[in-house]
Ligand binder design. Structure first.
Ligand SMILES: [Fe+2]
Ligand SMILES: [Fe+2]
Length: 283
């Protein structure tokens, strides 16, 4: 199969997965200058499943609050708008991932966990490196492998062959995809993200997270998603179908400029946040 065939799939808008409405609404709202807690609360209240999770998170042991919080508005104030946004994005992508029947060999639940793990890891790296936009990086991490979603839904047999090849021959998935499909999931992800009109920064994080194109410019955001992805695979947080832990591009570490003595702290924080988030979001 060649790229133009995946282009045809991407153009079949009516059958493509769509970003949950709440995801788009909230992203737009948080970019507007005079958004209030009340407006965000109103949007979240429209989705009962998500509203319950926001309340569960604020009442979880993690925050150790002495009184139970029952109001969404109060919860948003305590958690902060960006924390709430990330929670909504992660929950709504789970809904999107589970909406379609996918290749049996591909575990959607574990894939979602890998996506959340990468989002958390990339955000922790961005915070440690004092980058300006850790929350945008969270979205990039969450959707970095979204091309695999399309492969799992539409290329059932060919993608099953890719998964088998990765497991049996211990090759990186992008190499196997290029060999069997003629393109890899970062290509498909970029096409889908463009179709969804995501921001240029998010599209770039999706398109270049493997840093496989040596001519592409590596930004700090891309570097954070690249390293975050590899840390998740190394720690076994969910699974995007890789067998071996990929080697991190040393340029990405250089760009992030994080002292390697902080790695212990970074890994502990990622694991802690991952466990807490997944248990609340999946419940
Ligand atoms: Fe990937
Ligand atoms: Fe990944």
């Amino acid at each position: 199969m060649k790229p133009n065939q995946i282009d045809r799939i991407i153009r079949r808008v009516d059958r493509l997965p769509t970003l949950p409405i709440i995801y788009t609404k909230l992203t737009r709202l948080l970019q507007a200058p005079n958004t209030t807690v009340q407006t965000v609360g109103n949007i979240i209240a429209e989705d009962q499943a998500i509203a319950v999770k926001v309340l569960r998170l604020v009442n979880s042991a993690f925050y150790g609050l002495p009184h139970k919080i029952g109001s969404l508005k109060h919860a948003i104030v305590l958690l902060g708008l960006n924390q709430v946004k990330n929670l909504v994005l992660a929950t709504s992508t789970l809904q999107m991932f589970q909406e379609f029947k996918s290749a049996e060999a591909f575990d959607m639940k574990k894939f979602w966990e890998h996506s959340v793990g990468c989002a958390i890891a990339a955000k922790v790296l961005a915070e440690t490196a004092h980058l300006g936009s850790p929350d945008d990086i969270f979205s990039g991490g969450l959707l970095h492998d979204v091309g695999k979603l399309i492969h799992a839904i539409y290329l059932d047999e060919a993608f099953t062959a890719v998964i088998a090849d990765v497991q049996e021959n211990e090759v990186p998935m992008i190499e196997s995809e290029k060999k069997i499909l003629g393109y890899d999931h970062s290509y498909t992800g970029r096409e889908l993200a463009a179709r969804w009109s995501l921001s240029q920064g998010t599209i770039e994080m999706i398109a270049h997270h493997h840093l496989s194109d040596s001519s592409a410019r590596i930004t700090k955001e891309i570097a954070a998603v690249h390293i975050g992805d590899i840390i998740c695979i190394a720690l076994g947080l969910g699974s995007g179908g890789e067998k071996k832990v990929p080697v991190a591009n040393t340029k990405a570490w250089d760009i992030l400029d994080i002292d390697l003595s902080r790695l212990d702290y970074i890994v502990t924080r990622i694991e802690k946040l991952f466990r807490e988030s997944v248990s609340i979001l999946e419940s």
